[in-house]
Design a protein around this ligand. Structure first.
Ligand code: SF4
Length: 360
């Protein structure tokens, strides 16, 4: 079974019933594409995201109508709700009052000090955190002037500036993101941020692109950042259904052994030794395990010559043999089954293994 690699030490921040940072797992986030004031559509999308494995969800709050919808949305969902506000402190106050679990607002964009104080006081009273979202594309002019263009240093300087506003008001429940659509810039910015302060980091490669190209770009960028032990929550941003963002995020986390609630498929690329029609089987098993919320590894292999040995790290798997399937566990064959039954047999064993995991 997959071991979780703990992230580098950061402060711990509560978001709803989750604790972000410290040695806690890395949580997957997404953002609704619906109009927030449309409660039914927004709730329906959030429930789909929950089903796909989303653990924290953000909604845009651009106006009063959106803010007014938040308490009803919150009642109908099961994961922490984050309100995304650009600069209007009144919307931030309304969102906090509606019971959201976190707000995303940059304190430096709110304006007058008394307004910032009101937001911070309300967040303190409700014990909810504030995420500071620095974006390379919308960096404050003074940092662009100082650094020439949006560099990692300029992004971290902007984050530190916003952090200082909150710290001066004795507020420390802070999460920071430093998103860029340039992968190298994002890697540098997150690395520098992790060296500069110990607030939890929300990772993302922004405006990554469409489902295929954006998925790969996100995986490349997030992968490089995660491999440095950095990151406490993450969002993959795609021009696609947000459920696709969850799928990509889950695969990225699984690649690093960081997903505690998802099963992983190992399948061979096939070659001239193949004994079964592997590609549809691999797709069917992948679809089946997408609903398994345990970190088990399942292998589907084209032949038994190198099969079970090649997939030694799998907890369980099948390999094709002439006219039959070999079911194996931890690299050892446990039984032979007729080819037409092997996928169903594998599914039964997957369920049993997942039940064993949850019984522990
Ligand atoms: Fe080829 Fe068998 Fe390896 Fe698949 S498991 S790549 S069929 S040798």
């Amino acid at each position: 079974m997959g071991e979780l690699i703990h992230r580098s030490k950061t402060r711990k921040v509560r978001v709803g019933d989750l604790t972000i940072g410290g040695s806690n797992e890395l949580f997957i986030q997404s953002m609704c594409t619906t109009k927030t004031h449309d409660v039914a559509a927004t709730v329906a999308q959030i429930l789909q995201l929950e089903d796909a494995g989303c653990q924290i969800v953000r909604v845009a709050v651009p106006d009063e109508r959106a803010a007014d919808a938040l308490s009803e949305i919150k009642k109908q969902i099961h994961i922490p709700l984050v309100a995304d506000i650009h600069f209007d402190y009144r919307l931030a106050l309304k969102a906090i009052d509606a019971g959201v679990d976190k707000i995303r607002i940059n304190p430096g964009n709110i304006g007058r000090k008394d307004r910032v104080e009101k937001v911070v006081t309300a967040a303190k009273e409700k014990q909810i955190p504030i995420r500071i979202g620095v974006n390379a594309g919308s960096l404050e002019k003074r940092f662009i002037q100082q650094y020439g263009y949006p560099t990692a240093e300029a992004m971290v300087a902007s984050a530190v500036d916003h952090i200082k506003i909150l710290e001066d008001l004795d507020f420390y429940d802070i999460i920071v993101s430093l998103k860029a659509s340039d992968v190298n810039l994002a890697i540098e910015a997150y690395t520098l941020a992790a060296e500069t302060f110990d607030y939890p980091l929300h990772l993302g490669i922004t405006e990554a692109g469409t489902q295929f190209s954006g998925g790969i770009k996100s995986a490349a960028g997030l992968g490089a950042i995660l491999s440095r032990g950095i990151g406490n929550t993450c969002r993959v941003s795609l021009s696609a259904d947000p459920v696709e963002e969850i799928k990509v995020a889950k695969e990225v986390l699984k690649s690093f052994g960081l997903a505690s609630n998802a099963a992983t498929l190992i399948s061979c690329p096939t070659c001239g030794r193949i004994e079964i029609d592997l590609i549809p089987i691999a797709n069917e098993v992948e679809e089946y395990i997408s609903k398994i919320k345990a970190p088990i590894k399942v292998a589907v292999l084209g032949c038994a010559v190198n099969g079970p040995g090649e997939a030694r790290e799998a907890d369980i798997g099948i390999a094709g043999a002439r006219g039959e399937g070999l079911l194996f566990k931890n690299g050892k064959i446990v039984r032979h089954v007729p080819e037409e039954e092997m996928v169903e047999e594998l599914k039964k064993d997957i369920d049993a293994l997942a039940a064993e995991y949850f019984a522990k």
